[in-house]
Structure formats: C-alpha cells, structure tokens
Design a protein around this ligand. Structure first.
Ligand SMILES: [Zn+2]
Length: 399
C-alpha cells in the first residue's frame, strides 16, 4: 500500500516532466513518421494511367447514370499520373495507397498496385504471417496451382513471419478497379521473391511493406510500438511488453484527473469522472488500431484480433473503475483536494449466487456445471486530511 502511494505521489510530483517527455516523444515520432526509408523503394514507376488522390482513402463518388445504374466518379484528385512516370520519393504508405512525389513534382496518393519497381529497382517487404509452398501461387488467384513444383519432402516447410521478401509486380482485378476506382485488398496480389527458386503470387494480406500502416493508425504510436516489437523479436515477449505499455493511457488519464481537478476545483467528483471517461474511451479506440497494427498480435488471424479487442475492453473498463474508486475515495467532496483516504472499511455482507447449467446429451448422459458468483458489499469511511470532512462510500467487490 505504501509503495503504491509512493508511486502515485511521485507521478503527481513529476507530472510536468512526464508530460514534457511525452510531448517531446510525440514530436519526435511525428517527424519520424514522415521519414520512410526510400532505399526500400528504389525506382518506382507508374504502370497504368491512374488518378492522383488528395487523401489516403476515398476520393470517389457514386453517380447515377441515365440508365439507372451507378458509376464511380473521381472527386478528390489533382489529375492523372501517366504510364511510365517515375516516382522520386515515397512519403507514406497507408493501407493500399502511397503518398508519393512524381518526377513532375506533383505530390499525392496513388493506389499501390500501380506502383511497380522498374527493371533495376525493387520493393523490399516482409511476410506478416507464416506461409507454406502451397500459399505461393503460379497465378494471382486462389484456385491456381502452387508456383514451386510439389515435393512431399518439403511440403510442410514454412516461411516465417517477418522473413524478408521482394515484390516485383502487383496484380489487381482491372474490371473491379475500373468500376470502383478502389484497389480492394481482396483482389490485389503481390508477386514475391523469397529466394532464387521460391517466387510466385500471394494475396496482399500476407505481406507488409516497410512503413505500411493501417489507415487509422496514429504514426506517433505505431512507430514506437513497431520499433519495440522488432527489438524484442516480434513474438511472445514483444506482445507481453506491448500489454504492459497498454496501461499508459490510463496512467495519463489519472494524471489528467488530478490536473483538471486542480484547475477546476468546482467540478463535482462525478462530473470529473465523466470527463475522464469521455477522454479515455475514445483514446483507447484511437490507440487500439495503431497498437494492434504495429504489434506482434497482427498476424492476419481472427482469433488474435478477437483477443486483442477483449483485452482493450478489459484494460479500459478496469482502468476506469480504478480511477472512479480513487476519485471517490481520495478527492474530498467538500474542499476538492486529493487529501482523502479510507480510515475504516466495514464488510457488510456477501451475496453468493449459484448458476447451474444442465446439458443433456443425445445418449441420455447429463452434464451439470455450476458457476458461483460471489459479491461482497463494503462500506468505506473516508476522511479528508485537509479540511477534516468525513464521508462514507458503498461499493461492491466481485470475488
Ligand atoms: Zn477536504
């Protein structure tokens, strides 16, 4: 208990330094987010006349034709890039669109499948999921044969996540693109080269380019998470570490609660908590995609995605209920100083509810399982050490 108090106390004491360091980190990361290693994207050329969009997503509008059908029209573009035009710089990669500067100095977003390496160039990338020989196809369709002749001895060999590869060509369904003006990832394939003998087509979702982020990613969060994950081997330990970092927004919310309470003394406890929740919930929502996308959880697996959603939910709820209890217990309702504390806790009683489920199998066998739900009722007597005001709290604790 003393240790927790000590940690809390030093956080409050050093809050301006902590906030300063966070802002500095944020600025560094924002600057870093614009630095894509252009060595990995040597000599890209435009392969198809294609729109230069103003934004990383959208830019099209459905227009009803005279015959009643709908057609997509480009609305947010600075014109078209022509075939064979060269890319002089890659600035950002978000999902399937790339922010580039062209050889005529125009800057804008181009759909990824139209940016090919020239004969002398290459695109360096990595695998985001383990793949087998059978996943590498001879043609860009899932019904195709595998590109490397079947050999029972190495049929189970896996190419590991994070293996380095080179992309030499893209494929996207031309008909779908011309209709929707969007390169849907499910129609897009990459021709990858793992080594001299192993090359072929894989769906875009199996690979990641360097610096490629999900569209809603916040670069200042994505970059440090990716950096730490790679440093720790991008496996179990990296995942564990990212989980520990996941408490930081709650910690910031706690600092914010104390800061708000200092500059707005008149705020009642409950309103203060509502304000904190209104900040924490969207923050986790925003942080979620960035952290998931950059971390070792992102392996193109529905189960890992589900686990991460569950995890985010429990961190948010757990953190908020901790802050709620802290505000009620330590922030004096009268003088609004954080000088309160419980001097006595009374156990009022325990409610145990047992839920029994009976499953009957087709052979008549019965399986009875029971779940016990234990809830303790507590009454806390709190006192403010600043003004001497006393108050009581009722709370439930699930065991
Ligand atoms: Zn007080």
């Amino acid at each position: 208990m003393n240790l927790i108090y000590l940690i809390k106390d030093s956080i409050v004491k050093w809050r301006y330094y902590i906030i300063g360091i966070l802002i500095l980190g944020l600025i560094t990361a924002i600057i870093a987010s614009n630095l894509i290693d252009n060595k990995k994207y040597k000599s890209l050329v435009i392969t198809w006349e294609t729109p230069i969009f103003l934004n990383s997503t959208g830019g099209t509008l459905g227009v009803k034709q005279e015959d009643g059908s709908w057609k997509k029209k480009i609305v947010n573009s600075i014109g078209n890039a022509t075939k064979e035009q060269k890319v002089t710089k890659v600035h950002r990669i978000r999902e399937q669109r790339v922010l580039v500067t062209l050889d005529d100095d125009r800057k804008g977003w181009i759909d990824l499948p139209f940016l090919w390496p020239s004969d002398s160039g290459k695109i360096e990338a990595r695998l985001i999921t383990d793949i087998k020989f059978e996943d590498i196809k001879a043609e860009p369709t899932k019904y195709s044969n595998q590109s490397v002749k079947y050999d029972s001895k190495r049929a189970n060999k896996r190419f590991k996540r994070n293996s380095n590869i080179e992309v030499t060509a893209w494929y996207t369904d031309k008909e779908s693109y011309e209709k929707n003006l969007t390169a849907y990832p499910s129609y897009t394939w990459a021709y990858i080269v793992i080594n001299e003998e192993t090359k072929g087509w894989v769906p875009l979702k199996h690979i990641r380019l360097y610096g490629q982020m999900t569209d809603s990613a916040v670069a200042s969060i994505w970059l440090p998470i990716r950096w730490i994950s790679e440093l720790l081997g991008d496996g179990f330990f990296a995942g564990l570490f990212v989980l520990l970092l996941y408490g930081i927004p709650i910690l910031i919310a706690f600092l914010l609660a104390r800061f708000l309470s200092e500059i707005m003394k008149f705020l009642p406890n409950f309103i203060l908590f509502v304000i904190i929740s209104a900040i924490v919930v969207p923050t986790y929502f925003a942080v979620f995609t960035s952290v998931f996308d950059a971390s070792s959880y992102n392996q193109n697996s529905g189960l890992l995605m589900f686990l991460f959603v569950l995890l985010t939910g429990s961190v948010t709820l757990g953190g908020l209920s901790g802050i709620f209890q802290e505000i009620r217990e330590s922030r004096c309702p009268k003088c609004k100083e954080w000088e309160g504390g419980a001097y006595q806790r009374d156990h009022l009683g325990t409610t145990t509810t047992t839920k029994t489920t009976t499953t009957t199998y087709s052979d008549g066998r019965k399986d009875i399982t029971s779940n016990k739900d234990v809830v303790e009722d507590w009454k806390d007597y709190c006192k403010c050490y600043n003004c001497g005001y006393t108050w009581t709290l009722y709370r439930k604790e699930r065991k």
